[in-house]
Ligand binder design. Structure first.
Ligand code: GLA
Length: 389
């Protein structure tokens, strides 16, 4: 599509009343949790192994006071590198950077937030800290005693001790251990999308599962991961979500348009929104990207449908997510290297005739339009709208 010309994109599907199918096995532990995609913060993308209890407290302070809590962010999740040694009875201890885990979790809870922790089914985590291998029940009990509400369980060194065909049983084992504690704990599977996890993640009790290898803070990696999610939408729904990894918004290497693309795409995908930046040093622009309520409403929509691509032409793509009120959220994406007009044909959304269009990032009505809407979209950018009959 050349700048200035108007060429219709090829509609991939006419109507998009696509639905999510519930996973077969309904399991006790995760039931009722994550009815909408989990929202929160995780230490890994910014702090990696340098993370300390003080960083986690600062993140909780920020969420509670800067508008993120009001926008729906609730989980404050510690990733890898918190683990110390096991005591003589095999109980896992936090390392010296974390000290009293119960006090940290109590602090997070005192802010009206929830707390998350991280382990691996293998002997070691990805950063070579102590894993849960052989201690699954004991660790689940410890997490519950500390008061944790969320576990990310990361395959890592499990491949040293298990065969691929044991993976589902291994994830079920920790699910059952969590269930036994009696504490509701969101269960986040992390095995990088191996063996089509989206086809069985819910049946082993997962509330979310990573569908890809790690994201990094650059447009190429983020966009390959995000735009590759097309086709996985049938596996997502209330209580069980595809997870294309945590947000890199505000980590510094993506420009403003690229950050908007990242956030818009994750919301259209009904992806978990787990911020991964340093919340204590965020600029107002980053905070605005993370907390735009009309945009977050797309992610958190009650219908729980993961959006998909409905039209594309070269680097220009139109993605759509049907919403509970009968409207459709639509992303007009430009993955190319120069500004271009991008059009959505309402018939590709299952909408005949005219429709109202509202720009969600800018909170502006664009009017009642006949048959289509066209917007100029910058390089690597997006225009995110809601189309209502
Ligand atoms: C893996 C995961 C990351 C992070 C690191 C921690 O790479 O995919 O999200 O948890 O391990 O070591």
């Amino acid at each position: 599509m050349r700048s200035g010309s108007r060429v219709w994109m090829i509609g991939i599907a006419a109507a998009i009343g696509f639905s999510s199918c519930l996973a077969p096995a309904m399991v006790a532990q995760g039931m009722g949790l994550a009815q909408t995609p989990p929202m929160g913060w995780n230490s890994w993308n910014h702090f990696a192994c340098r993370v300390t209890a003080a960083d986690v407290r600062s993140a909780a302070d920020a969420i509670a006071t800067n508008g993120m809590k009001d926008a729906g962010y609730v989980y404050v999740n510690i990733d890898d590198c918190w683990q110390g040694q096991r005591d003589k009875d095999g109980r896992i201890q936090a390392n010296e950077k974390f000290g009293d885990m119960k006090a940290l979790v109590d602090y997070i809870h005192s802010k009206g937030l929830k707390a998350g922790i991280y382990s691996s089914p293998g002997p070691q985590t990805c950063a070579r800290y102590e894993g849960s291998y052989g201690h699954e029940e004991q660790d689940a009990r410890q997490y519950a005693d500390w008061g944790f509400d969320y576990l990310k369980y990361d395959w890592c060194s499990a491949s040293r001790v298990y065969q691929p065909d044991q993976m589902q049983a291994v994830y079920t084992k920790m699910h059952d251990a969590l269930a036994k504690t009696g504490r509701p704990i969101v269960y986040s599977l992390c095995q990088y999308g191996l063996y089509r996890v989206w086809a069985w993640g819910a049946s082993v009790g997962g509330n979310l599962w990573r569908t890809t290898e790690d994201i990094s803070d650059n447009y190429d990696r983020m966009s390959v991961i995000g735009f590759d999610q097309n086709g996985l939408e049938k596996s997502a729904g209330a209580g069980h979500w595809n997870d294309p990894d945590m947000l890199e918004v505000g980590n510094g290497r993506m420009n403003a348009d690229e950050n908007l693309t990242h956030m818009s795409l994750w919301c259209l995908l009904a992806a978990p929104l787990i911020a991964g930046n340093d919340l204590s040093k965020m600029n107002p622009y980053t905070l605005a990207v993370l907390t735009n309520k009309e945009v977050i409403a797309v992610d958190q929509d009650a219908k729980g449908i993961q959006g998909r691509r409905v039209a594309e032409e070269g680097p220009l793509e139109v993605w759509a997510k049907p919403l509970a009120d009968g409207s459709v959220a639509v992303g007009l994406f430009n993955r190319g290297e120069s500004q271009n007009p991008v059009s959505v044909n309402f018939s590709d959304l299952g909408v005949e005739g005219s429709a109202r269009v509202r720009d969600l990032w800018n909170h502006k009505d664009r009017g009642e339009l006949d048959g289509h809407y066209t917007a100029e979209v910058p390089r690597h950018g997006v225009v995110l709208v809601k189309v209502s009959r």
